[in-house]
Design a protein around this ligand. Structure first.
Ligand code: TXA
Ligand code: MG
Length: 319
């Protein structure tokens, strides 16, 4: 495994070639770091599952550079999907569509749908483009962490999570911190109206405004194996306790307006929800690095991004 910190065009072209040759490439996106493989190469994709120790019926998101690729991976695309793509791509939203013959069971976890996303990060997007230039069709990439653990938002966190499990020729592209910090919004677009399977930075309010309709929130179809069908997720080693009073020796993550009790180890003091999402996973990791047994987290109130943060926290706390 090699970490590339100087992501020149040549380095990214080389990484695209590595993908084509069947190796894994971890890369930054605006949400979290992904662990990528050629989405048409069964052997390469199977390595993702073994590195992550992830159940194989858990589907992967295919990352592409533009709408023209989407039409290759999906079929029977409802009209509203193009509006969402025009408005939010590149960006932190994954659209779940009916799959074409390209999206094989080894990517979709055996479902008839495929999740697609155009990332809004210079290096991640360039990797998708360079990969397509040499004949690639899409990069299958889950978050670059062990199954059930906290998603990495820096290249160092990728190394900590999966560095030891990567092969000699696998790569990690390092472009610093991810700007959003929580995973993309996942939207089921297989019906005449979209519904949200995982909240993220593109909120239901934003989608409702774009499409001028009301959509269902959190109505997860149990037939669809979206995150959350496994209760514990996004979990650090430390126990996560929500909205209780922190005791000396506990870690604390809360908005800056909440004071730190004596003897409590402050892990993050975000001033708003954007910053909260941005620091959350790094702060949970910091708690583990400090060897804390318990991290108390005060959940942000309200809708929008706060909903995405609470979704991750509730799952982290059920670990
Ligand atoms: O922001 C993100 O979405 C990041 C970056 C790397 O793009 N990726 C990510 O992937 O979070 P992952 O695999 O850790 O979480 C994606 C979730 C999976 O848990 C999976 O259940 C769901 O998306 N998913 C993928 N394809 C799906 C499909 N066809 N139907 C329903 N859920 C799907
Ligand atoms: Mg994940």
């Amino acid at each position: 495994m090699q970490t590339i910190s100087n992501c020149t065009v040549a380095a990214i072209q080389n990484a695209a070639k590595s993908l084509k040759d069947g190796h894994l490439v971890a890369f930054p996106t605006e949400t979290v770091y992904g662990l990528g493989a050629d989405a048409t190469n069964e052997k390469a994709v199977s390595k993702i599952y073994s590195v992550k120790e992830r159940p194989t019926d858990h589907p992967l998101i295919v990352h592409v550079s533009s709408w023209s690729q989407v039409e290759k991976w999906a079929r029977d695309i409802p009209e509203y999907v193009k509006k969402l793509s025009d408005m939010y791509w590149p960006g932190p939203i994954t659209l779940v569509l009916r799959r074409s013959h390209l999206a094989k069971d080894f990517v979709t976890g055996g479902q008839n749908t495929v999740g697609l996303r155009v990332p809004d990060q210079k290096i991640g997007l360039m990797l998708a483009k360079e990969f397509e230039k040499i004949g690639g069709l899409g990069i299958a990439a889950p978050s670059a962490n062990k199954f059930g653990a906290v998603s990495p938002t820096t290249a160092e966190a990728v190394v900590d999570e999966i560095g030891a499990a990567l092969g000699r020729l696998d790569l990690i592209l390092d472009d610093g911190e991810c700007k959003v910090g929580v995973e993309s919004t996942i939207v089921d677009c297989t019906r005449d109206k979209p519904s949200i399977l995982r909240p993220g930075a593109v909120t239901s309010e934003m989608i409702e405004e774009t499409l001028n309709i009301k959509i269902s929130q959190g109505a997860i179809d149990i037939q669809i194996r979206a995150p959350g069908s496994f209760k514990s997720h996004y979990a650090p080693m430390a126990k996560v306790a929500l909205d209780e009073s922190a005791q000396p020796g506990d870690g604390l993550i809360a908005l800056a307006s909440i004071p730190t009790p004596v003897g409590v180890i402050r892990l993050a003091s975000p001033i708003n929800h954007e910053e909260y999402a941005n620091v959350l996973f790094r702060a949970l990791r910091l708690g583990d690095q400090k060897g804390l047994k318990k991290i108390v987290v005060f959940q942000p109130e309200g809708s929008g991004l706060a909903l995405a943060i609470r979704d991750r926290l509730v799952k982290a706390a059920s670990g």
